[in-house]
Design a protein around this ligand. Sequence first.
Ligand SMILES: Nc1ncnc2c1ncn2[C@@H]1O[C@H](COP(=O)(O)OP(=O)(O)O)[C@@H](O)[C@H]1O
Ligand SMILES: [Mg+2]
Length: 284
Amino acid sequence: MNVMAEPNEPTRGVTAGEHGPTAVPGAAEPLLRLRGISKHFGAVQALYGVDLDLPDGQVTALCGDNGAGKSVLTKSIAGIHTVDAGEIFWQGRQVHIASPKDSAALGIETVYQDLALADNLDIVQNMFLGRERLSHVLLDEDSMERAAAETLASLHVTTVRSIRQPVATLSGGQRQAVAVAKAVMWNSKLVMLDEPTAALGVAQTRMVLDLILRLKEHGLAVMLISHNLNDVFEVADRIAILRLGRMVSQDAISAFDRQSVVDFMTTGASSRDVPGSGSSHERN
Ligand SMILES: Nc1ncnc2c1ncn2[C@@H]1O[C@H](COP(=O)(O)OP(=O)(O)O)[C@@H](O)[C@H]1O
Ligand SMILES: [Mg+2]
């Protein structure tokens, strides 16, 4: 195997900072903490000083209208974009994410809308894609197949007929399931899903939402990008709302109702009083 093609060592590109973020004593440190993240493309300022916390074992919904900066923020965490300014803390340590390898080495897995699965390869091959070095050292075909099957079973993914079937033959929901299972199999700590249910029907959406809840049960942090508020209110513990590149609100889901999320997405503010923000309105 070509040595040049080997993945980075796990800690390469990741440096510990001198100081952690200013944390409230006793407060649980989120898995990922972004502070003041800015990113521009030419004349377009896509993100303005964005703060975001992603805690372990919780689903954080990232909401916002088209062009709000959700994908740019996700790709910045994934190491596809390099940010212009701001700090990133992982488990309380400052890190620099300069490439997708840095992000993967931390335990961050991104499930993109187009999924980045290889259609001509089967499920097992897709779940090991990009990790061939490990697979050559540690695993043969049988154990790869077993690991893939066990991971899918642990996520209660039962609709796949054969794990040797090419990914091209899978439904949209099944493809999402394979992408998510890959994240679980490789012990990711954070899974980010960019609009995972946008192209799915009712039953497939149900399956993907169940998968998200299982990731959370496994203790992972999940960031769910969605502007489907049904999905958001069904699975999210927290909501973060971007508008025109700025984080306009971020809180526990109990602090929002559907109308206040829409208000924040469209105007950047909400006049509605909701539980958790000091009033006694019922949530929708
Ligand atoms: N590669 C790029 N080059 C130039 N502008 C970009 C690029 N990616 C995103 N943008 C701009 O950044 C803003 C945020 O985009 P994006 O994060 O894709 O929004 P969304 O919230 O819909 O995912 C938009 O104005 C978009 O046009
Ligand atoms: Mg987007």
